[in-house]
Design a protein around this ligand. Structure first.
Ligand SMILES: Cc1cc2nc3c(=O)[nH]c(=O)nc-3n(C[C@H](O)[C@H](O)[C@H](O)COP(=O)(O)O)c2cc1C
Length: 324
């Protein structure tokens, strides 16, 4: 049997296979609200056989949006649309997760905020966050977790990767502060602590990180193997890059060695992926990691998994029977 269709258990959740749909911004929201595009988009990928679907970077504050068309979770009014997405994902056979995010200096909004006044190539200079603003941002992550829970998501992914705000606090390339939020994981740890005070214990928290900054002065996977040791989450999603603009030599499986390194150094399930487009490469990746994320492949081909493994095709008559 292919490893791809081996179930995977985390806490009391049993994923029916090893495929997670990667969080991917669709830039289709207005004022953060979900709409018909999102309902169709996510329900279709659930029908297509992914075991876990993690919604695109969903902004915890309006100023934390990568673009003004990002999904948002900064208001209670966003809960209704998000609940509908979560319900559709679950009714169509997958588990529902959401990535909560703040873009920091990479936000393409009127005013962007960051740990330090350092520009991301091609974007505006950010304002340096005051201590009070940092506290407000931590609170925004906490409130986002409350809303994600109310909306029915069971997996919460904290976006600590790709050079967005949390990553900006962690990296020496973007954080030159000298106060308690100096370069490192203090900001991240406070966010996790705040989230854990409201997120149900039986539900899953995962953290996405960029384990290679592709810069001689940036962090590497060895740094991350150390700093993740005392980060209290259930699962790690390994990606790379995005902190500064660099050309990356990307090829199938190119991030899997990093994911394996993290798995070998911390005692937690690890999700890996990047440029995986066929069964052989996915199976190869699963020799090193617990789950694989698929991104662009599932945009192009939502039914990739269902087509390859017929067991996961939705059987409408059986579902109808169950409903009677
Ligand atoms: C259109 C698009 C939007 C993305 N948005 C996000 C995002 O919101 N959050 C995130 O962590 N990664 C995001 N990514 C990165 C993907 O999650 C994934 O890591 C990347 O596409 C590599 O996987 P793939 O080769 O299977 O596509 C995005 C990628 C694409 C193509």
């Amino acid at each position: 049997m292919s490893k791809i269709i081996e179930p995977f258990q985390i806490k009391n959740y049993v994923l029916k296979n090893r495929i997670m749909m990667a969080p991917m911004c669709m830039y289709q929201a207005q004022d953060g609200y979900a709409n018909d595009f999102h309902y169709v988009h996510y329900a279709t990928r659930a029908q297509g056989g992914a075991a876990l679907i993690v919604l695109e970077a969903t902004a915890v504050l309006p100023d934390g949006r990568i673009s003004v068309n990002d999904l948002g979770i900064w208001s209670d009014q966003h809960i209704e649309g998000l609940s509908k997405i979560a319900r559709l994902i679950k009714e169509n056979g997958a588990h529902a997760g959401i990535q909560i995010s703040h873009a920091g200096r990479k936000a393409r909004v009127e005013t962007s905020y960051a740990p330090s006044k350092l520009v991301f190539e091609g974007l505006k200079e950010p304002k340096e966050l005051t201590l009070e603003e940092i506290e407000d941002t931590i609170l925004a992550f906490k409130e986002a977790a409350v809303r994600a829970d109310k909306a029915g998501f069971d997996f919460l992914e904290i976006h600590g990767a790709h050079g967005y705000l949390i990553n900006q606090f962690i990296s020496p390339l973007t954080n030159k502060r000298t106060d308690k939020y100096k370069q490192g994981t203090t900001f991240l740890k406070e966010i996790i602590k705040a989230i854990k005070s409201v997120w149900p214990k039986e539900k899953v928290i995962q953290l996405r990180v960029s384990t290679n900054e592709y810069d001689p002065k940036g962090l590497t996977v060895k740094d991350y193997a150390e700093l993740l040791k005392d980060i209290d989450v259930d699962m790690i999603n390994v990606s790379t890059g995005g902190v500064v603009l660099r050309k990356v030599d990307a090829y199938p499986l190119y991030q899997i060695d990093d994911a394996k390194f993290i798995k070998d150094h911390i005692n937690k399930p690890v999700i890996g992926g990047g440029l995986l487009t066929n069964i052989a490469d996915i199976e190869k990746a699963l020799e090193s990691v617990d789950l694989v994320y698929l991104g662009r492949l599932l945009l192009r081909d939502p039914f990739f998994i269902a087509r390859k493994f017929e067991d996961f095709l939705i059987k409408p008559y059986e579902r109808a029977k169950q409903k009677r």
